[in-house]
Design a binder for this molecule. Structure first.
Ligand code: ADP
Length: 374
C-alpha cells in the first residue's frame, strides 16, 4: 500500500517478495523474489536501494547486522526494531522508561510460572516473545501445564530461546492504538488515538478517533507513544497498542501499553482515506527524512473494517453493486489468496454519524465475504 503514495511522491519502490504472487509484488514493478532470512539475498537486494525499510518484523538479527556493516541506511534501525521483534526486550525497555505496562515476568520452567502466579493470579497470559502475530503465540492459561510444550523449547534456538513471556490478564475496557511517525532528523507526528475492536484475537474494526475518550487520556497516550518513538530512535511509522483501564470506583480511565509495531499498521489503515496524510505516505516521508504530513482527521469519524477470508470459495463476487450502493465507501483489496480468517482487504468510510458509518462498513465486509448478497 506504499505504492500508491510512492507514485504521488515520484519515488521508485523495490520489494523483496516472498513469492511472485505476494500482494506487494503484484503492484510494485521491481519485485525480485527471495528469502528475507538469507543474508546474501537481502544484501544483493539492498545494494540497489537508497533506503531500506520493512513491512514486517521478522528479518533476523544477523541479516540486519550484515546490512548495517555494508552501510545500508535501515529505517527503523535494528537497534529500534529489536523492541518490536522481541516482546521481552520491549517489556524490559518500557519498564526502564516507566511507561505503564502490565505486570510481567519471564518463565524458563513450570516453577517460574507458578511463582509469577503468586503475583498475577490465574488466569494469566503467556506469549512467545518472537514471531507472533494476530494473536498467534498468545495463550490465556490457568496452569503451567498448558504451556508445557513451550517450556520444553526454552534454551533452544527459536522464538522461545530466552523463555516464555508471562503477563497478568489485564481487565481492560477496550483496546486502543496510538499511531505516530518519526523521521531520522527527529520530526514527529501523531494521528488521533483510535479504538481497535478485536474478534477472536484479530482486529476486525477500527474507530477513529476512539469514541468517548477523555482529552487527558488521549494526551497521555499520545505523549507516551511519542516518547517511546524518541527514546527508542524509531524512524518511520510506529503503532503502540494500548489497553484502556477504567477505575471501577471513580470511572477514571488510564492505559497500559500492550505492544509495539514499527511499520504501517492495521490500526492506521483508516488514515489512508480519513486523515490529511495517510500512514503509508507518512512512512515513506519519514524513512526518507522528508518533512512529515499533517495527521488531522478529514471528517469527525472514520470507520475501518477489515475484510477477512471466509469459507466461501469465491470471495470476490462482482463488487460493482457495492460500489453503486455506497459511493462514499473506499475499498482496498490486497490481491491475496483467500484463507479463512486471513486479512485480505479493508474498507474505510468517513462522515459525521458513527453508528451509521459502522453499519455501512459492516455491510461492506459482509458483502465482500459473501455473507449477504444485496
Ligand atoms: P500479537 O503479537 O499476536 O498481536 P498481542 O500481544 O497483541 O499479540 O496479543 C493479542 C491479543 O491478545 C491482544 O490484542 C489482546 O486482546 C489479548 N492480550 C494480549 N496480552 C494481554 C494481556 N496481558 N491481558 C489481556 N489480554 C491480552
Amino acid at each position: 500500500m506504499c505504492q500508491q503514495p510512492a507514485v504521488g511522491l515520484s519515488l521508485t519502490l523495490s520489494v523483496l517478495a516472498e513469492m511472485p504472487t505476494a500482494a506487494a509484488a503484484l503492484v510494485v514493478p521491481h519485485s525480485p523474489v527471495g528469502d528475507h532470512t538469507d543474508i546474501e539475498t537481502v544484501r544483493t537486494f539492498a545494494a540497489q536501494c537508497d533506503v531500506v525499510t520493512f513491512d514486517h518484523e521478522h528479518v533476523p538479527a544477523d541479516v540486519l547486522a550484515a546490512l548495517q556493516a555494508d552501510g545500508v541506511p535501515l529505517h527503523p534501525s535494528p537497534d529500534a526494531l529489536l523492541f518490536a521483534q522481541d516482546k521481552i526486550a520491549m517489556r524490559r525497555k518500557l519498564s526502564e522508561m516507566e511507561i505503564p505496562i502490565p505486570l510481567w515476568g519471564v518463565a524458563t520452567n513450570a516453577a517460574d510460572v507458578d511463582e509469577f502466579a503468586t503475583r498475577s493470579g490465574w488466569p494469566m497470559v503467556a506469549k512467545t516473545p518472537r514471531g507472533g502475530y494476530d494473536g498467534k503465540g498468545v495463550k490465556v492459561i490457568s496452569s503451567a501445564d498448558e504451556i508445557a510444550e513451550w517450556l520444553e523449547q526454552v534454551g533452544q534456538p527459536g522464538p522461545l530461546k530466552e523463555g516464555v513471556l508471562l503477563e497478568e490478564a489485564v481487565q481492560f475496557t477496550r483496546e486502543l492504538a496510538a499511531v505516530v511517525s518519526r523521521s531520522p532528523s527527529g520530526q514527529a507526528a501523531a494521528w488521533p488515538i483510535v479504538e481497535t475492536v478485536q474478534t477472536n484475537g484479530i482486529c476486525t474494526e477500527v474507530l477513529a478517533p476512539a469514541p468517548q475518550m477523555t482529552d487527558d487520556l488521549a494526551t497521555a497516550a499520545t505523549e507516551a507513544a511519542l516518547r517511546i518513538a524518541g527514546d527508542l530512535g524509531v524512524t518511520g511509522v510506529m503503532a503502540v497498542e494500548l489497553f484502556e483501564l477504567t477505575d471501577a470506583a471513580t470511572g477514571k480511565t488510564s492505559f497500559v501499553v500492550n505492544e509495539l509495531a514499527m511499520r504501517p499498521h492495521n490500526s492506521g489503515h483508516w488514515s489512508m482515506d480519513g486523515a490529511v496524510t495517510g500512514q503509508f505516505e507518512q512512512h515513506l516521508r519519514a524513512v526518507l527524512d522528508l518533512p512529515l504530513g499533517e495527521t488531522r482527521a478529514r471528517e469527525p469519524w472514520t470507520v475501518m473494517g477489515n475484510v477477512l477470508g471466509g469459507d466461501y470459495p469465491e470471495l470476490y463476487p462482482t463488487y460493482k453493486h457495492l460500489l453503486a450502493r455506497d459511493p462514499g465507501l473506499h475499498i482496498h483489496l490486497y490481491g491475496k489468496g483467500v484463507r479463512p480468517g486471513r486479512k485480505i482487504g479493508h474498507v474505510n468510510v468517513s462522515g459525521t454519524d458513527l453508528a451509521e458509518l459502522r453499519g455501512r462498513a459492516q455491510h461492506a465486509k459482509d458483502y465482500l465475504q459473501g455473507v449477504v448478497d444485496e
